[in-house]
Design a protein. Structure first.
Lengths: 966, 264
């Protein structure tokens, strides 16, 4: 028999506006179900049938419903809404996490009612059409338009709603997998059937090991090896041998280079050569750590979370940010997060719906979902999302990218961690479910086939409040020295966390002691589950009591699941039976490195064919409206980018908060004058033409962002995030090798070491028979300390009469630029930073800013000089006049190139006349010139060539084109 | 002796650091207490002069912003808080703390008005700076009709009334503390100067006693010119109004404390 429950429905009073209902109406219309009537939204709850009517009424009015805005309807257990034929109820599939329901369950205890763990407390969403509607159509179309079928189902309100059943306990005896006698075909089959994603080579290495051991592996041992040896954890491609060949456009082989370890000989090598004393931890922990002051370090990490976000943008982006926050919490003995970064790459806005590959969401829906996911997770965590961008390109339609980053502060004496044998292995935070097992390999179809189990938990739902409580506990426990080591539970769950922490000593884990979300998990599922919001700590026995007390106070679950040992082995038990026993040495040291081929074929790129004439007036307005330049203020305003009170250089600036900034500056400590500048660079359109140049430009952009905001270029650290296609294909890996070489060259030239990084190397999709990779995408993140945030310049114009300076030389190369795309200029030469002059330029600008000479500063990026100037105007209510003939490099250059070329390492500065002489002295060896002045002209941008006025623009039309709030 | 502030902590509170910093800048001594500790011994509140609930997303704002914490406050702290208030203490809530005070029935503190805080008209989280017009009812904290810049950062900040005419009842009872204002300093309900569409442009409420106060935007984010959107170029004042606000809140205890010191 179905379980019964009280059903409570809350709907907004008819006099109240209902934006959720309105947008549901338009979502249904978009999908082909036009509705004449209004759609009203509501919330619903299922409560245990054992409650009395009086209790249910009390709970509904005092806990669930808003007394002013909502009306309550209560249906007895088993009853349906007889008038519910035009109402759609959307609820989560069985086993999908529902933090709101968990909160409701907890709150019921405040009403003196008894609710057993097995009693249902569940939530749903309601959409009621006011008037006639075809019910079947409503369900059919509503299931997609108003629900995400991967995690939700929809049904009509005139049907009874039964609570999801609680799964029953199952027994899981120790399982062995016959491997020793297997041939290659059989090895591959095992890998495939168990979703291990291990290659034949790797399976053979495992087979050899067990032949020598004289026994068969258990299932959990294979799962552990698969997790530990995964591309995600071991980065086999980037740390493996690569044979690289580069060919000229005419097919001639021009260069060969063999790498024994690609990353070690490029990115890591630059860091090793530079190894400045202000880098406190590089590439060995969850995040890199650099010095902000002598006592306080800055931990930073940027992750990719692409595939989950493609399936469920909201949940994927939320758990992406949740995961990288845990990386920061798990750095050293725990850093305190104070800023978050988010970069999204999605398909074009106007992408035709009928060309969307099957199983893929429209780019707009992806973007809306990922923004909401970051917003709802980051805002609840109280971590300001301060930096990031949105890239639109057709190459991301089927494979969007989501980068999530986090920055934390950590005392210098907490940067190192050391596990001691005898420390207890303690898991704190969320419970373990089937979440994320084998990543996204469980498709939604497979989920329905086993509806009595709870496999839809392959999709992860974030629970930010659980993570916030973990954060609160972690920082207090750190400051009280309650643990000796920590790491986050990320990919691979306990298997990776415990495996990593115990690598140098050994560990024993009793899997039955892990607290579960629901019964019925097998031991290997407990071991590799990627359930969110968990951290693993090594707690010395003497500190256990205090640790438990602290967790109790904060209502954080804290469970001892094992002990670190000195055996050098990983031993796993399940109710006392040994189910796995592996030497750490084999687990971590024996992964075979595949050798890969990498080929790069240069494209036949010509000089950019800018027209000789003065460009159309509209070109600037079109550039401002281009997805790369258009205002992202609407995104930023949804993030609480000011929580913690330290955001002193904001993403959007000026009196109206609509001028886009370069880097953002955040103060981790309100009582200090120090801050941290954060910048991002990404240039996939350039990298598509020339991977080396595009990567170098992305790195230059990240660095000029932080320098423009007042960061110290001599203390700037970098992060790399490589998102590439399938690097088993030589052409994909070829462009990656060039990017890695660009990373090395830029890092050495700028003296900016890479301190952390991450890669995601299988971003491909199939259209027909053709497999297409995403554009080569290197996200460069730069971070630099700021000595005194008072000195930080912003981009909006400040004062009439001040002079404008152009710093850095402009070249004509325009390949991959915004203007080239708008003008339809053929693929052409991509700009490159001049590594010989750029560092001196950054340094001189830093000196000028430090001396207090710089009133405003804007780096020139997408849209070049023209967009840069327009942005300085639209952030203020002043205007300016510039003379293009005075721009360094402009001689003999078409005006279009001067205005729109995207040469890196260039800035526009606003300087008071009083400081001009001193600035001239600082810049004396550099390409710079005064180019105009700030005017109180009602916000006009006047573009001259000598005495000729070429074009003028009003602030109103600039704002309109840019889509900024007026 | 410094005025003593007790600041509540609970799961999901996340503006605690900057609020404590603001109170300290204004001259107070601040202690923080977790609600689970406080409900063991609610009378601890009586040892302080100001009780503050910071912003955040208590319990995830599940079931409505501040709802679950407000139920806890009613169940465990309400009687003590009323006694504390009667003895001369001040109760202060910002953002989520304001939502809690309203939903716990501690604000506006008069009969006949049904107030709640609901979703912004945009149905979005809105993070933007707001100008708040100081009502004469808040004249003991900041000069009447002056402007307090503060950071709005909320999704459920629209003050709603059961009936529109209740706005007048609130005004008549001197319960409106702050309204959103435009660049000219006039009260407004217009977006984006009023980020939520709040009825009568109300940004904060105060009890007739003047000692229970709550507001949606964050004055604790306005402690220096560097925090302002234009970094002190004039359109948003000089950046120290936030500290003036907290000094104003504590002023009666600052003078009391001085008196105590002088007489002892």
């Amino acid at each position: 028999m179905e379980t019964q429950a009280w059903r409570i429905e809350l709907e907004l009073d008819p006099s109240r506006p209902d934006p959720v209902g309105d947008s549901a109406r338009s979502a249904l219309s978009h999908r082909g179900l036009p509705i004449e009537h209004k759609v009203r939204s509501g919330r619903g709850f299922l409560l245990p049938a054992s409650l009395s009517r009086a209790d249910v009424d009390r709970i509904a009015s005092q806990l669930l419903a808003d007394p002013v805005t909502e009306r309550v309807k209560v249906f007895e257990p088993g009853q349906a809404d007889s008038k519910g034929g035009t109402t759609l109820l959307v609820r989560r599939l069985p086993g999908v996490a529902d933090p709101e329901a968990d909160s409701a369950r907890r709150a019921l205890s405040l009403f003196d009612v008894k609710v057993a763990a097995a009693d249902p407390v569940q939530c749903f969403r309601i959409f009621r059409v006011e008037g006639e509607i075809n019910s079947d159509e409503l369900v059919r179309i509503g299931s997609r338009a108003l629900a995400n079928p991967t995690i939700e189902s929809a049904a009509l309100g005139d049907q009874p709603v039964h609570p999801h059943p609680v799964p029953s306990l199952r027994k899981f005896p120790r399982m062995e997998v016959a491997l020793r006698e297997a041939d290659d075909v059989r090895l591959d089959l095992v890998s495939k059937e168990m979703s291990l994603a291990l290659s034949t080579l790797e399976m053979r290495a495992i087979q050899e090991f067990y032949v020598a051991e004289g026994r068969e592996p258990t299932d959990i041992e294979l799962e552990t090896l698969a997790q530990t040896w995964s591309e995600h954890c071991k980065h086999k491609t980037l740390t493996g041998p690569v044979c690289f060949r580069e060919f000229a456009a005419d097919g001639e082989l021009i260069r060969e280079r063999n790498f024994a370890n690609l990353l070690k000989e490029t990115v890591f090598d630059a860091t090793r050569k530079l190894s400045p004393e202000w880098c406190w931890s590089v590439f060995k922990d969850n995040a890199g750590v650099i010095a902000m002051t002598d006592e306080i370090g800055i931990a930073i990490k940027v992750e990719t979370h692409n595939h989950p976000s493609a399936l469920d943008p909201y949940g994927g982006a939320g758990t992406g940010i949740g995961g990288v926050i845990r990386d920061i919490l798990g750095t050293g003995l725990g850093a305190r997060p104070f800023a978050a970064i988010d970069v999204f790459c999605v398909g074009p806005k106007d992408f035709p719906r009928d060309q969307i590959p099957p199983g893929t969401l429209h780019p707009d829906r992806v973007l809306e979902g990922v923004i909401a996911g970051v917003r709802d997770y980051g805002n609840r965590m109280g971590i300001p999302t301060v930096a990031g961008t949105v890239i639109r390109h057709p190459g991301y339609v089927a494979n969007p990218l989501v980068f999530a980053g986090c920055v934390g502060e950590i005392p210098r004496d907490k940067v190192e961690k050391l596990v001691s044998p005898g420390d207890r292995i303690v898991s704190i935070g969320g419970r373990t479910g089937r979440d994320g097992i084998h990543g996204a390999t469980f498709s939604s179809e497979a989920l329905h086939e086993e509806s009595d189990t709870i496999d839809s938990t392959a999709v992860q739902i974030g629970d930010p409040i659980t993570e916030k409580k973990v954060l609160d506990v972690m920082i207090q426990a750190r400051d009280r020295d309650l643990f000796s080591a920590v790491t986050d539970c990320g990919a691979g769950g306990f298997s990776s966390a415990v495996g990593e922490m115990g690598e140098d000593c050994g560990a024993e884990v009793e899997l039955a002691s892990a607290p579960l979300k629901y019964p019925g998990l097998s031991y290997w599922e407990v071991w590799i589950s990627e359930a969110q919001e968990r951290m693993v700590l090594a707690v010395p026995p003497a500190k256990l009591k205090e640790m438990h007390q602290l967790c109790d106070l904060h209502e954080v679950e804290c469970t001892e699941i094992g002990t670190f040992t000195d055996t050098g082995r990983l031993k796993l038990t399940w109710h006392g039976d040994v189910v796995g026993d592996l030497p750490m040495e084999f687990l971590h040291g024996a992964v075979p490195q595949p050798s890969r081929k990498a080929d790069s074929h240069r494209l036949p790129l010509q000089a950019t064919a800018w027209a000789q004439e003065v460009p159309e007036r509209d070109l600037l307005l079109k550039a401002l409206a281009h997805p790369s330049c258009e205002s992202k203020e609407w995104v930023v305003r949804q993030y609480d980018h000011e929580v913690q009170g330290g955001t002193v250089v904001k993403p959007y600036q000026g009196p109206y908060g609509r001028g886009p900034g370069d880097g953002t500056v955040v103060k981790p400590r309100l009582d200090l004058k120090n801050g941290v500048a954060i910048g991002c660079g990404i240039a996939p359109s350039m990298a598509l033409l020339d991977s080396y140049a595009g990567t170098a430009c992305a790195i230059d952009e990240a660095i000029r962002n932080v320098v423009a905001a007042g960061g110290n270029p001599n203390r700037t650290a970098l992060l790399d995030n490589f998102c590439w296609g399938d690097c088993r294909k030589p052409d994909r890996l070829g462009s990656l090798v060039l990017a890695a070489e660009a990373c090395y060259d830029a890092s050495i030239a700028y003296g900016a070491p890479f301190v952390s990084g991450k890669d995601s190397l299988n971003n491909e999709y199939r259209v027909g028979d053709e497999e297409t990779a995403i554009p080569p995408t290197l996200l460069a993140t730069a971070i630099a300390p700021v000595n005194d945030t008072k000195r930080c310049p912003t981009t909006p114009l400040k004062k009439a009469g001040n002079v404008l300076l152009s710093l850095g030389v402009t070249h004509t190369a325009g390949g991959g630029s915004v203007a080239a795309e708008i003008l339809g200029l053929e693929d052409s030469e991509v700009p490159r930073p001049d590594f010989s002059t750029a560092p001196a330029l950054f340094d001189a600008l830093y000196q000028a800013i430090q001396s207090g000479y710089v009133a405003s500063c804007h780096d020139l990026s997408e849209g070049g000089l023209a967009v840069g100037l327009a942005e300085m105007v639209l952030g203020s209510n002043l205007g300016c006049r510039v003379d293009l003939q005075r721009i360094p490099g402009a001689d003999d250059m078409p005006v279009s190139a001067t205005l729109f070329a995207e040469t890196p390492t260039r800035f526009v500065l606003e300087i008071s006349l009083d400081h001009l002489e001193a600035v001239a002295e600082l810049f004396r060896t550099l390409p710079w010139s005064t180019v105009g002045e700030v005017q109180d002209n009602g916000g006009k941008l006047l573009i001259h060539s000598g005495d000729d006025l070429l074009h003028q623009y009003t602030i109103t039309e600039l704002l309109h084109a840019n889509g900024a709030s007026a | 002796m410094k005025p003593k502030v007790l600041q509540l902590f609970a799961a999901g509170i996340n503006c605690d650091r900057e609020l404590a910093f603001a109170f300290r800048c204004a001259g107070a001594e601040v202690e923080e207490i977790h609600i689970r500790e406080l409900i063991q011994n609610p009378d601890r509140i009586l040892d302080y002069q100001l009780f503050a609930i910071p912003g955040g997303f208590t319990y995830g704002d599940d079931l409505g912003a501040g709802r679950i914490l407000s139920v806890e406050v009613v169940a465990f702290l309400r009687d003590t808080l009323l006694k504390f208030h009667q003895q001369g203490g001040t109760i202060f809530g910002v953002c989520n703390g304001f939502q809690v005070l309203v939903k716990a029935g501690l604000l506006p503190g008069i009969d006949g008005v049904d107030v709640s805080l609901s979703w912004n008209d945009t149905h979005r989280f809105e993070c933007r700076w707001s100008r708040l017009l100081v009502d004469p009812a808040l004249g003991h904290v900041l000069p009447a009709n002056s402007i307090l810049p503060a950071g709005s950062a909320h999704a459920e900040g629209k003050l709603v009334l059961a009936h529109p005419e209740q706005a007048q009842t609130l005004a008549d009872a001197d319960c409106i503390a702050l309204r959103y204002a435009n660049l000219d300093g006039e009260a407004t309900e217009e977006y984006p100067d009023c980020p939520s569409g709040s009825e009568a442009g109300i940004a904060g409420l105060i009890s007739p006693s003047g000692r229970i106060l709550g507001l949606m935007p964050h004055p604790e984010r306005c402690l220096s010119e560097q925090s302002l959107p234009d970094r002190g170029f004039g359109a948003w004042g000089e950046g120290n109004t936030g500290i003036d606000f907290f000094r104003g809140l504590l002023s009666r205890y600052l003078s009391q404390a001085e008196t105590t010191v002088a007489s002892s």
